[in-house]
Design a protein around this ligand. Structure first.
Ligand code: N01
Length: 898
C-alpha cells in the first residue's frame, strides 16, 4: 500500500524497472519531513519521503511510553508556516501528550495531502553519490530503489535508540520495553515488579505513572538530573495573550531569540542580586513550570558562568531535599556533577514525590553499579532485585546516530560518512558535509537543533534548504557542496561558541558521552537560534559563501571562505554597535568623545565585587593624580599592579576600566591601582608617559601605606594605557627604579607608523578604527615627537626590561605593532609570553562579562602576573578555565565532578 501511494502521485516522478526517479528524497516523516514535503511540492519538485514507521509523526510515533509529552509549551512547539493551520488547530494543554501531538501530525499530513508522497515501512539501507549522473542512489528494504538529485535527512536528533550496554540483557525472560520503542498496544504493569533503568527525560516522565500501576518499582539511576515541575494544565493566559495579541510578531521574535522561544534576554547578573531577589526569581520560575524560562530568565550569567550557575543549582537542590522525605534517597537524587542546563534538564509531574511512595525504591548506580541482568533479576554490587518487567529509558545515539549509524552513506570518491565522522561530526552549518554533494541534514550536528525549540529550528532549516534548491534550479546549478575551508571554519566557530556556555562541562548525549566509544565534543551549535539564522542568511547574501555550485550549462561557482572568523560574542557586540549607527567617535571632539565613552561605560555590566575599592590621589610630576585602588577580599599584604586605562591618551579615567581592574584583582589576588594620568589635548606628550612613570614610582614607594607588599610592583595597561605601561618600564630601568617585576601589555600602542598590515586589514568595522588612531596620535603627540621612545616604546632600548606578557587581538589595527614589540623584547633577551587572541577585537578583554570568550585570555593574563610576582598558580577554577580555553571543547566531566 505505501508503494501504491507513491505510485499514485500526481507529480512528475518517473519510475523505471530499477528505481523511482525524483528530484528530492527525504528520509523521515516527522516534524521536519512533513514540512519538507509540503514546501518541496509547493516549489514544484518531485519528491518522495521514506519512512520506517507505518505512519507520520517521527519521534512522536515511536515514543509512546506512559507520560510522554512535549516539554516546550505546545503553543511554541507547532508549525508556524501557515497562519491558517495555526487557527485550525487548538492545543488542549500547556504540554500536549504524545497522542495529541501524533494527532496533530496526522492532521497536518491530511490537510496538505502529504501521505501520498510518503513510502511507509521503508528503511533506506544505503545511499551512494553517483558522480556521473550527479544523483544519489538509495537502496531500501521495501520497494524500488530511489534515484534523486538531492538527499535530505529529516531523521531527527533523538531517533536511534542506544543499546543498554548491560551484560545479560538477552537472558532476561520477563517483559522488556524501551521507552523509545514503546508498543502500540496497551502495556499492563499492574501488580508487577518493574525496573526502570535511566533517569533522563523519558525515565522522569514515565516513572511516576509506572509507580502508580506497578506493585513494586525499582529505579536504577546512574546520573541524577535536574527536573522542574511542569504544572501542566491549560496554556498560561499570559503566553496565550502574547501570542494572540500579535501572532506574527510573536513568531518572528521566536525566530530571532536565542532558544526559539520568545523570552527577553536577561540583563541582571547574579552577583548584582541579593539572596532574596535570587530566591524570588527562582520561586517564580519553579511555579511557572517552564524549562526555557528557568534556563534563561533567572539571571544573565546562569548559563555561561560557573558561579552564576551554581546559584541556580543550589536552589534546585534545596527543592529536591524539601520534597523527598528519605534523606539518603534525596541525596542520591540531587545532581552535583554537572551545571544546571549543561545536561538536558527534565520537566516532570510528581517525579521527586514518587520516591516517597512505599512501592518505589531508588538504586544509586554510582554506589552499586549493575553487574548483570539474569533471567529474572537485576544484580548490582550490593543486591539482587527480582523483577517481572524491565523498562529501558536509556536514551539515544543522539544527533549522529540516525544519520550515520542507520545506513551507510557514501559521498564523492567513495568516501563514507562514518569514516569522515570517525572523530566526531564535521559539517558546514549542521546542514551539509564537504565531500557529500547535494546531501542536507535538517537540524544536524553543528546547528542549534536540540538546544532550541526544535519547531523553530526545523522550519528555519527547511526554508533555507528549499529556498536554496529553488535558487539553484533558477540558475541552472545541479550540485551544491560545502568547501573544506568553510567546514573547517565552522568547526572553529563551533569550538568558539562552545566556550560561551557550560554544556562542555557535562557528560551528556550533547557531547556523545552517553555512547561508549563515541567521539566526544559538544555537537549542537551553542551560539543561539537568532545568531545562527543571521549567519545562514549572510551566507546567501554573500553569494553562497563556503559553497561550490556546479551545473552542466553554467560556469562553476565557488565562493570559498569562512563565514564567521570573529568570536561569537564579539560578533554580537559589533553587530549591536553597527545597528546603533554611531558617528565616528573622533567627530565628537575630545570632550564629546569623553562624554560618549562615559555614557557607553555606564551601560555595561558592573564589575564583580572585590574586597574593597578606595579612591585617592597621589602626587604626580606637577599635579595631583587621582587613582582607584582595588583590594582583594583575602588578607594582605598583597603585591601591587599599577594599571593604566585605555583611551588613546585622550579619553577615559581611573574608573573607566573598572570591570577589567576588578577582574584582574579577583583573579590575581593582588591590589590593582588604576591611575588617572592626564590627557591630551590639554596635556600633550609626554605628560601621560611622565605621569605614568611618576605614579608607578610613588605607588612602589608607598606600597605599605596602600596595604600592599613592599618590593617590586607590576605594571599593566590596555591600549594607550599599555603604551604607558611599556614606557614606564623603560623609564624605571633608566631612571633608577621603581623595581618592576613584570609587565602586562594588552593590545599596546608601541609604534607611530601605520603601515603594518593590521592597520589596513582592520581599518574599519572593529570599533577602534584607523582614523580614530590617527586622531588620537594627532591630539597626543606632534609628528616630530612620535619617534621618542616615550611615545613609541618599540623604538627604545629593550634590553634589561622586566618580563612581559603581551596580548594582541586578531581584529585590531594595533595587532602587528603589539606582536612586533613582543618579538623585539624577546630578541633583546627579555622573557616574553604572547597571547595572540584569535577572533577578538581591541576591546575584547576589557569588556568583562560581555565578551565571555575573553575569560580564558584574562585567566592567562592573571596567571602571568602571578608568575611575575612569584606567586603560585591561581585558583583551581581559574586553571581549569585556562585549560579549557586552550583545549578543544571536549567535555570535562572529571574536572567538573571533582
Ligand atoms: O535519554 P537520556 P531520554 N546503565 O539520554 C541512563 C528528549 N526527550 O530518552 O545520565 C545505566 O536523557 C542515563 O544515565 P547517564 C530530551 O531532549 C524529550 O530520557 O548517561 N543507566 C540516563 O539517565 C532528552 O534529553 C522529552 O549517566 C544508563 C538515561 O539512561 C532526550 O530526548 C521526553 C545506561 C538516559 O537518558 C533523551 O531523553 C523524552 C546504562 N548502561 C525525551 N545507559 C520531552 O519531554 C544510559 N543510562 C519532549
Amino acid at each position: 500500500m505505501p508503494d501504491a501511494m507513491v505510485d499514485a502521485r500526481a507529480s512528475h516522478a518517473t519510475s523505471n524497472a530499477n528505481a523511482l526517479e525524483v528530484d528530492v528524497a527525504v528520509v523521515g516523516a516527522g516534524f521536519a519531513g512533513l514540512y519538507l514535503l509540503h514546501r518541496l511540492r509547493k516549489a514544484g519538485f518531485t519528491v518522495v519521503a521514506l519512512e520506517e514507521a507505518d505512519d507520520v509523526g517521527g519521534t512522536w510515533y515511536w515514543n509512546r511510553y506512559p507520560g510522554a509529552r512535549c516539554d516546550i509549551q505546545t503553543i511554541d512547539y507547532s508549525y508556524t508556516f501557515d497562519p491558517e493551520l495555526e487557527r485550525a488547530w487548538q492545543w488542549s494543554e500547556k504540554y500536549a501528550t504524545q497522542p495529541e501531538i501524533l494527532r496533530y501530525f496526522g492532521f497536518v499530513a491530511d490537510r496538505y495531502d502529504l501521505r501520498r508522497d510518503i513510502r511507509f515501512h521503508t528503511k533506506v539501507t544505503a545511499a551512494n553519490w553517483d558522480q556521473a549522473s550527479e544523483r544519489w542512489r538509495l537502496t531500501t528494504d521495501h520497494g524500488a530503489a530511489v534515484s534523486c538529485r538531492y538527499y535530505i535527512m529529516a531523521t531527527g536528533c533523538l531517533s536511534a535508540p542506544k543499546p543498554p550496554e548491560i551484560d545479560g540483557v538477552k537472558d532476561f525472560t520477563g517483559e522488556v520495553y524501551f521507552t523509545g520503542r514503546w508498543p502500540h498496544q496497551p502495556v499492563n504493569l499492574a501488580g508487577k515488579r518493574v525496573a526502570v533503568i535511566g533517569t533522563g527525560s523519558s525515565g522522569i516522565q514515565s516513572i511516576p505513572l509506572i509507580a502508580e500501576q506497578a506493585a513494586q518499582l525499582t529505579v536504577f539511576q546512574r546520573t541524577p538530573n535536574f527536573a522542574l515541575p511542569a504544572h501542566n494544565g491549560a496554556s498560561p493566559t499570559d503566553r496565550m495573550a502574547l501570542l494572540e495579541g500579535d501572532r506574527a510578531g510573536y513568531r518572528e521574535q521566536a525566530r530571532w531569540s536565542l532558544t526559539g522561544v520568545p523570552w527577553p534576554q536577561q540583563l541582571a547578573v547574579s552577583w548584582q542580586l541579593s539572596d532574596a531577589e535570587r530566591r524570588e526569581r527562582f520561586e517564580k520560575a519553579w511555579a511557572a513550570g517552564d524549562l526555557v524560562y528557568i534556563l534563561t530568565q533567572l539571571w544573565a550569567d546562569q548559563g555561561v558562568d560557573v558561579d552564576g550557575n551554581a546559584r541556580v543549582a543550589e536552589l534546585f537542590r534545596e527543592k529536591i531535599r524539601a520534597i523527598v522525605k528519605d534523606p539518603e534517597t534525596a541525596a542520591a537524587l540531587t545532581p552535583h556533577d554537572h551545571p544546571f542546563g549543561a545536561k538536558r534538564p527534565c520537566l516532570d509531574t510528581n517525579y521527586y514525590a514518587t520516591y516517597n511512595r512505599p512501592n518505589v525504591t531508588l538504586v544509586n548506580l554510582r554506589q552499586e553499579p549493575i553487574k548483570q541482568i539474569t533471567a529474572s533479576s537485576i544484580k548490582t554490587d550490593k543486591r539482587t532485585v527480582d523483577v517481572d518487567v524491565i523498562v529501558f529509558a536509556t536514551g539515544f545515539d543522539a544527533m549522529t546516530g540516525a544519520i550515520m549509524a542507520v545506513h551507510p552513506i557514501t559521498g564523492r570518491g567513495g568516501k563514507s560518512l562514518s569514516e569522515v565522522w570517525a572523530n566526531g561530526p564535521q559539517s558546514y552549518l549542521g546542514l551539509t558535509v564537504a565531500g557529500f554533494p547535494n546531501l542536507f541534514m535538517i537540524t544536524g550536528p553543528g546547528s542549534p537543533s536540540v538546544l532550541s525549540n526544535m519547531a523553530v529550528s526545523i522550519e528555519q532549516h527547511v526554508d533555507w534548504v528549499v529556498d536554496r534548491l529553488i535558487a539553484l534550479r533558477e540558475k541552472g546549478f545541479t550540485t551544491i557542496e560545502a568547501t573544506e575551508t568553510a567546514q573547517a571554519g565552522w568547526a572553529r566557530h563551533m569550538a568558539d561558541c562552545s566556550m560561551l556556555t557550560l554544556h562542555r562541562l557535562a557528560n551528556t548525549w550533547y557531547t556523545g558521552a552517553n555512547v561508549p566509544g563515541k567521539a566526544q565534543g559538544v555537537m549542537p551549535y551553542t551560539g543561539g537560534v537568532g545568531p545562527y539564522r543571521s549567519i545562514c542568511n549572510e551566507i546567501v547574501s554573500g553569494g553562497m559563501l563556503g559553497f561550490k555550485l556546479s551545473g552542466q550549462n553554467v560556469a562553476e561557482q565557488c565562493n570559498d571562505g569562512e563565514v564567521v572568523r570573529l568570536q561569537p560574542d564579539v560578533r554580537l557586540v559589533l553587530n549591536m554597535l553597527e545597528e546603533m549607527k554611531l558617528p565616528p567617535i573622533e567627530s565628537f571632539g575630545a570632550q564629546g568623545a569623553r562624554d560618549f565613552v562615559a555614557q557607553f561605560n555606564a551601560s555595561r555590566p558592573a564589575g564583580r565585587p572585590v574586597g574593597e575599592v578606595v579612591d585617592g590621589t597621589l602626587p604626580g610630576p606637577d599635579a595631583a593624580l587621582p587613582y582607584r585602588l582595588y583590594r582583594p577580599a583575602t588578607p594582605g599584604p598583597h603585591p601591587i599592579v599599577v594599571y593604566f586605562h585605555g583611551g588613546g591618551w585622550v579619553l577615559g579615567d581611573e574608573q573607566s576600566d573598572d570591570p577589567f581592574c576588578r577582574d584582574m584583582c579577583r583573579r590575581t589576588g593582588m591590589i590593582v591601582v588604576s591611575v588617572g594620568y592626564r590627557h591630551a589635548p590639554e596635556h600633550r606628550f609626554p605628560t601621560a608617559a611622565e605621569d605614568g612613570f611618576a605614579a608607578a614610582r610613588w605607588i612602589a614607594e608607598h606600597a605599605g601605606e596602600l596595604g600592599g607588599q613592599g618590593g617590586p610592583v607590576l605594571v599593566a595597561g590596555w591600549s594607550a594605557g599599555a603604551n604607558i605601561a611599556a614606557v614606564t618600564c623603560q623609564l624605571a630601568r633608566d631612571r633608577g627604579g621603581p623595581e618592576i617585576a613584570g609587565q602586562l601589555l594588552v593590545c599596546p600602542v608601541t609604534d607611530c607608523t601605520f603601515d603594518r598590515p593590521s592597520y589596513n586589514e582592520n581599518a574599519a568595522g572593529y570599533f577602534l578604527t584607523r582614523s580614530l588612531m590617527y586622531w588620537f596620535w594627532d591630539i597626543y603627540c606632534s609628528p616630530a615627537d612620535r619617534t621618542d621612545p616615550r611615545a613609541s616604546p618599540l623604538r627604545g632600548k629593550l634590553k634589561g626590561l622586566p618580563p612581559a606578557f603581551v596580548v594582541t587581538c586578531e581584529f585590531d589595527p594595533l595587532r602587528d605593532e603589539g606582536i612586533a614589540y613582543a618579538e623585539a623584547l624577546a630578541a633583546a633577551g627579555v622573557p616574553v609570553e604572547q597571547l595572540n587572541a584569535r577572533g577578538h577585537f581591541h576591546s575584547s578583554f576589557t569588556m568583562v562579562d560581555v565578551v565571555i570568550t575573553g575569560v580564558s585570555g584574562r585567566v592567562q593574563m592573571a596567571e602571568a602576573l602571578r608568575r611575575f610576582a612569584g606567586l603560585p598558580p591561581g585558583s583551581r577554577q581559574d586553571n581549569e578555565d585556562v585549560r579549557r580555553g586552550r583545549t578543544a571543547p571536549r567535555h570535562e566531566i572529571d574536572a567538573a565532578a571533582k
